[in-house]
Write a protein that binds this ligand. Structure first.
Ligand SMILES: Cc1cc2nc3c(=O)[nH]c(=O)nc-3n(C[C@H](O)[C@H](O)[C@H](O)COP(=O)(O)OP(=O)(O)OC[C@H]3O[C@@H](n4cnc5c(N)ncnc54)[C@H](O)[C@@H]3O)c2cc1C
Length: 236
């Protein structure tokens, strides 16, 4: 999506959305669930926001097939209540395999799924955002530890071994990473709950922490209620 123009505050004019190289969509109301681009999309709609999306890469490993029976359910470490991350856990996937992860490594590229990725635009935006420096100040030791365990497999293993001593270094096989779109406020705090931004004609999901995928239906219901209310107020 490259261009969003809010037609007007008048009821008879609607919103025009230009989808890159494809088509133009005209609508009365727009719901934006843009994940890693949520803050940019909100700004494109002229919303004055006080947060920025900071990417956190969640790196995984997979256990070899002979360990598929190791656990029957999700096994989590005790979480750190100051952070919105669940910690490296064991997950039994629907195909019976077991993944280990994810950690939470601050990234320099929003869609940087590899180990080391830098985007000049994304990096520059982070450095210019005061909330990023406050976030660093508040969580420097934790951030450094995540980086260390990302580069040093033994450190990652030690996290798992706290609650599952059976897993050994040679069991950690590479697996694709995911990226969290974490909203950070100007005061440097990590948003732990859902965060929505609104313009007169749009609703933006700006922070949807785990388990947002699992909770997609109730969240969808909440969004629909919000949109109905907004539509009613447009008609007032
Ligand atoms: C490593 C990791 C593990 C997780 N584990 C779990 C879990 O076990 N259980 C759980 O419930 N949740 C989990 N989550 C969280 C879950 O994935 C998110 O909460 C959920 O995906 C958020 O949904 P969303 O629709 O807000 O954003 P997304 O799922 O990120 O969707 C945003 C979409 O918008 C698209 N987009 C962005 N910008 C544009 C643009 N300009 N034009 C067009 N399209 C655009 C993107 O391509 C993307 O498809 C995990 C997340 C991560 C990163």
């Amino acid at each position: 999506m490259v261009d969003l123009n809010e037609g007007s505050d008048q009821i008879d004019l609607s919103l025009r959305v230009e989808v890159s190289g494809k088509s133009r969509i005209t609508a009365d109301y727009l719901i934006v669930c843009a994940g890693l681009m949520a803050d940019r999309m909100a700004r494109m709609m002229g919303i004055d926001i006080d947060f920025q999306i900071v990417p956190f890469r969640g790196e995984y490993y997979q256990l070899p097939a002979h360990l598929n029976g190791l656990v029957k359910h999700l096994i989590y470490p005790v979480p750190d209540p100051r952070l919105p991350f669940l910690g490296v856990h064991l997950t039994r996937m629907i195909d019976g395999s077991i993944t280990v992860g994810p950690n939470a490594v601050q990234g320099w590229k929003r869609e940087g799924y590899g180990k080391i990725n830098v985007s000049l635009r994304d990096g520059w935006e982070l450095l210019r955002f005061p909330g990023f420096w406050r976030l660093l100040g508040k969580n420097f030791a934790t951030g450094l530890r995540e980086w260390k365990n990302s580069l040093h497999k033994r450190g990652y293993l030690a996290l798992v071994n706290k609650y599952c001593p059976t897993v050994e270094l040679q069991h950690l096989q590479s697996y694709p990473a995911g990226i969290r779109a974490q909203a950070v406020l100007v005061d440097g705090s990590l948003v732990q709950d859902f965060l929505f931004a609104r313009s007169r004609r749009s609703l933006h999901v700006c922070n949807a922490p785990s388990p947002a995928a699992t909770s997609a239906f109730p969240i969808g219901g909440y969004i629909v209620d919000q949109v109905v209310d907004a539509q009613l107020s447009l008609k007032e």
